[in-house]
Ligand binder design. Structure first.
Ligand SMILES: Cc1cc2nc3c(=O)[nH]c(=O)nc-3n(C[C@H](O)[C@H](O)[C@H](O)COP(=O)(O)O)c2cc1C
Length: 323
């Protein structure tokens, strides 16, 4: 099995799912679709090469764009396809003040015509799948009818049939992004109703899903599940995805997962990348295993030092006590 698919994905997370994180996640799961952090079109246009760079994890990586200028989005999408990304995703969920000021993210939910035009412009220039990641409403526009009209209009204009729902609305006026991931209540029923009303669409659910058992229940009714924070705070969940979600038996021992990173780490060190940029994503790998907090403490205390290297990771591994 090596097809691009949406059955299971790791959410785009700004500041977290950078290329080092994705490289690590690819060691944990071969088949999970990984999303980049949100990248604004302006950033790509000003700095094309480095911000689209990624490692060998390119087989199943989707680029998340933010922006609302159709020609800029089309330009970036075409460039991304050229770089080897497997999907273009448009962010219609970011609630930050910066996003509102720049007219991208969640505030675009009130402008289905523009989102439709944006997506159409992307479709016109790429052959890879195009998806939208959206909230289920924004501020007081939070009825199911508002959401289904938004989806219906966007798809009518653009032909897009692939939607990822963070199943809570965005409250733009009052809360920052962190609170907007917690305070507005989750309404999975909206996502299920969209699948009922648009049965031929690919519908992916996201928000508050903590375990693969929960994911499996959603997968009985929906096309895909996306998880963010639960994986970042416990990456071993991801190491069970290939067996539990995709039916592939192979599972790698966590210590081997760390050691499999060594060639990558050495290579990045040679390119003057600081080791903490990579190891910070691995701090929670042993969550729940005796010694896990010592592993975290050892690394946290040492990863900023100048004479670090693989030897330091080997020292930290000695703190983990497997049965
Ligand atoms: C640190 C952080 C950064 C995030 N950055 C993005 C982003 O760049 N683009 C996006 O669409 N969502 C972003 N999100 C939201 C997640 O993609 C996801 O929708 C949200 O966390 C809910 O899923 P979860 O409960 O599984 O974490 C971010 C979330 C976190 C925690």
């Amino acid at each position: 099995m090596n097809d691009y698919h949406h059955r299971f994905s790791v959410a785009p997370m700004l500041g977290w799912t950078d290329r080092h994180c994705r490289y690590f996640y690819r060691q944990l799961s071969k088949y999970t679709l990984l999303y980049t952090e949100m990248i604004n079109t302006k950033k790509i246009i000003n700095n094309e090469n480095s911000c689209l760079d990624f490692n060998e994890d390119k087989h199943l990586v989707a680029l998340q764009l933010s922006g609302s200028n159709s020609s800029e989005l089309a330009y970036c999408a075409r460039l991304a396809q050229h770089h080897g990304y497997k999907e273009i995703n448009l962010n219609i969920g970011c609630p930050s003040y910066r996003a509102q000021k720049g007219y991208f993210g969640a505030c675009l939910m009130t402008n289905a015509n523009l989102v439709g035009d944006n997506i159409k412009a992307i479709y016109d220039v790429v052959d890879i799948p195009v998806t939208i990641k959206t909230r289920i409403g924004v501020d007081e526009k939070d009825s199911y009818t508002f959401l289904s009209d938004f989806i219906g209009n966007v798809s009518k204009i653009s032909g897009c049939r692939n939607f990822i729902f963070h199943a809570r609305k965005a409250i733009l006026s009052k809360y920052n992004p962190k609170k907007n991931r917690k305070i507005p209540i989750l309404k999975y029923s909206y996502v299920y109703n969209i699948k009922r009303d648009f049965p031929s669409f690919t519908i992916i659910i996201n928000g508050g899903i903590e375990t693969l058992e929960e994911a499996q229940i959603h997968l009985q009714y929906l096309d895909g599940v996306m998880i963010g924070r639960a994986i970042y705070s416990n990456p071993r969940i991801l190491s069970e995805v290939d067996s539990k979600i995709f039916g592939c038996k192979k599972q790698v021992h966590p210590i081997l997962l760390v050691r499999n990173m060594y060639p990558y780490i050495n290579n990045e060190l040679k390119n003057d990348i600081k080791i903490n940029k990579i190891l910070r994503h691995m701090l929670y790998l042993f969550k729940g295993i005796p010694g896990s907090s010592k592993w975290r403490r050892y690394l946290s205390n040492n990863i900023h030092k100048s004479d670090t290297g693989i030897w330091m990771i080997e020292e930290a591994l000695k703190t983990i006590k497997f049965d």
